[in-house]
Design a protein around this ligand. Sequence first.
Ligand code: PMP
Length: 354
Amino acid sequence: MKEFWSKRARDLVPYTPGEQPRQRNWIKLNTNENPYPPSQKALAAIRAAAGETLRLYPDPECTSLREALAATFDLKPAQVFVGNGSDEVLALCFQAFFDPERTILFPDVTYSFYPVFADLYGLSYREVPLDERFGLPLESFVGDNGGVVIANPNAPTGRAVSLCDIRTLLEGNPESVVIVDEAYVDFGAQSAVPLIDSYPNLVVVQTMSKSRALAGLRVGFALGNENLIAALNSVKNSFNSYTLDRLALAGAEGALRDGDYLRAITMKISSTRDWAADRLKRMGFEVSDSAANFLFISHPDIPAKVLLDGLRERGILVRWWDKPRISNYLRITVGTDQEMEALCQALTQMIEGA
Ligand code: PMP
């Protein structure tokens, strides 16, 4: 059936997104969405933009949003690139910064889209194993390579590295670009943004999908040296000149005007995460130190797949991967207090029934 497919399309092993069920009655802890609504300022801006001007194309340069992001992060607009979700921004980064003849490095385990992008663009890559506690072996990321991609905090483990470690990566790889994917940084890790003016090889990628509760709007962005941002613009303009639509541009700008709300919901989620982590440890789970809005857990006696299915029967969706290193772990998005209470009760039932 694939006879009309290009060779590249035939060879692809695409990324599998987490389930988005059509019914709404699940406790949905499977795709790291924010359990709280977006900022009212974002919603008001989207409503205001939903009018007559939708007949016009949006600003291809996303100038106003880039200016707002630059002001938020104390950078220049020329140091900011925006895209349709950070997945798209990352895809463009892989095209803009990496060459097929030099091997790029990322950890094993990390966000499973990185190898997919590398395969899509015909780039060679090496997956460097994390240590036994899922820590990043820094020394293995320094030396001759064509680029480094890490998520900080990492996914799906939630573990974060320090700014000092990021500096080591940047200084150890002066000839290649280091991408730091900060999708979850607002939940408790240190951002590398303050290093941008000192390191011409640093690109920081962030998203509005997680801490700003706007996964449905698809807004991501990259921050870095002007020269790197120019490369991203060049690739983007060879692909899709209008990345963000008018509603997304307006909503994202509205969200940036509500820093108080961002702080309130990220603090709430981090405190829910910390009590849930404690409770799960007391129930016998191994819980990795998470600086993100999810927990990565395993039980010494009950296989993760059994827990996944049991939770599903009880109306709770979480994430599991059938991959060697992590097949006995579940990744659980931090929801509201009530959702985490329901999760703990469901797991207790399963442990007691085992
Ligand atoms: N990076 C990481 C580490 C992620 O987990 C995700 C979410 N799946 C993304 C990037 C992409 O997020 P988005 O495209 O919604 O911005």
